[in-house]
Design a binder for this molecule. Structure first.
Ligand code: GDP
Ligand code: MG
Length: 411
């Protein structure tokens, strides 16, 4: 699916539906689908075609007009609703749950997260095989294929159930190994920073802007990393690995809570957490509160965290003043317009090297390029005098001994 029309229903007149559709639009974009139009309808009760027949005619026109090849619904559909919509609109139909699953699948990096998402996908599939029996028998022949017989359905379900059982035991094993691996990664000198926050806060944009801070991309070692992790130069020879993470979602289908959690648990591998909030969103306070609760619940409360309020380019003066008062510890940026991102960078540089030890050393010039590029050494200042370089460094505790032994320490 490349271009989709978004569809929502609400059973009460309220303004949530517009926000839900806006969030759905962002979810669609993040999985590479362009939302071309949005429709919603106030209904008294659910109907078998999700929205009313009259509305569907209008939607069909828009599908043609915009050359859309699909429809995404804001709610999970029953198999009956899905097949009726596809039949009437003659395009592929996805529901919110499927798009979220796809989004999660793109964010998951650990095998635990990936497996958990595959499990959620299979469970979705299973519930849709189940429901499809009565549906198919009623519409058999009408959609060009014969409904599969009972035995085929039974065997389909058995295959899926078997796979689900296998995945469950795999997840158990992975979880046991994880704590071990985590220890190892945390002791690495190159810090890991997780960018977290609600969908649409600007996490991916921030990662993109930060990537622009790289002076050169000579670093072959990291070109094989997945696209959601970037090694970023923070100045003074300080580097960090930044990872985009799965976004929090307002209307998270209950059956996806587990998959979401385990995907999010990747942040437990981080040395720092950046919590991005959309300063232009009137629900920002609430969303920040929920985000912090979720992070605490997965056990991330002991990881240092910086709150970043984004999109200040579209906030008016009054709003900014209000935010400054409320969130005096936050960093205010526009990731898109690259406003104050350098301030965030220097704050991170300080955080990362907080426990580094300061030394002034004298290094023969021919050794300088090795030392000045070593991960774990922050170069505060340096001056070349004849054949030696005098430098003020902040050094990762694990490297101090080696540096002191190999060079002349001035102070
Ligand atoms: N005005 C403005 N829009 C932004 C800024 N950062 C991100 N956006 C927009 O917000 C939307 C969501 O951004 P994205 O990075 O995909 O959010 P994510 O879901 O958190 O990864 C996109 O339409 C971006 O163009 C910003 O600093 N200012
Ligand atoms: Mg994103």
């Amino acid at each position: 699916m490349r271009k989709a029309v978004l569809l929502g229903v609400t059973y009460r007149k309220n303004n949530r539906i517009e926000k839900n559709l806006a969030e759905l639009a962002e979810l669609a974009r993040s999985v590479g689908i362009l939302p071309v139009a949005r429709f919603w309808q106030v209904l008294r009760h659910p109907v078998k075609t999700y929205v009313g027949k009259g509305k569907l005619e209008k939607i069909a026109q828009y599908i043609t007009l915009y050359d859309a090849d699909g429809v995404i619904t804001d709610d999970e559909l029953t198999p009956v609703q899905k097949s009726r919509l596809e039949k009437l609109l003659k395009v592929e139909v996805l529901d919110r749950t499927q798009v979220i699953l796809e989004d999660f699948a793109r964010s998951a990096r650990t095998s635990e997260g990936k497996t958990e998402i595959e499990l959620a996908r299979l469970e979705y599939k299973l519930s849709h095989i189940k429901g499809s029996r009565s549906d198919l028998s009623r519409t058999a022949g009408g959609i060009g294929t014969r409904g599969p017989g009972e035995s085929k359905l039974e065997s389909d379900r058995r295959v899926v159930r078997k796979r689900i059982a296998r995945l469950r035991s795999k997840i158990k094993k992975i979880a046991e190994e994880r704590s071990l691996k985590r220890q190892k990664r945390l002791s690495s000198i190159l810090p890991k920073i997780s960018i977290t926050g609600y969908t649409n806060a600007g996490k991916s944009m921030l990662l993109k802007t930060l990537s622009g801070f790289n002076v050169k991309s000579e670093d072959k070692l990291f070109t094989t990393l997945d696209p959601t992790t970037k090694k970023v130069w923070l100045g003074e020879n300080v580097f960090a690995l930044f990872s985009d993470t799965v976004g929090f979602i307002s209307k998270l289908p209950p059956q996806l809570v587990k998959a979401f959690r385990s995907t999010l648990e990747e942040v437990l591998d981080a040395n720092f957490i950046i919590l991005v909030a959309d300063g232009h969103d009137e629900d920002m306070d609430e969303k920040l509160k929920v985000s912090e609760e979720i992070l605490n619940r997965i056990g991330a409360n002991d990881i240092p965290k910086i709150t970043v309020i984004n999109k200040i380019d579209v906030c008016d003066k009054l709003r900014i003043r209000e935010l400054l008062r409320e969130y005096s510890n936050a960093v205010f940026i526009s990731a898109k317009k690259n406003l104050y991102v350098d301030e965030l960078v220097s704050r991170l540089r300080e955080e990362i090297t907080k426990d580094y030890l300061e030394r002034e050393i004298e290094v023969p010039y021919e050794n300088w390029h090795v030392i000045s590029r070593k991960v774990g050494i922050r170069v505060m200042s340096s001056k070349q005098v004849d054949n030696v370089v005098r430098a003020r460094l902040k050094i990762h505790p694990s490297l101090v001994n080696k540096i002191e032994v190999e060079n002349r320490v001035l102070s």
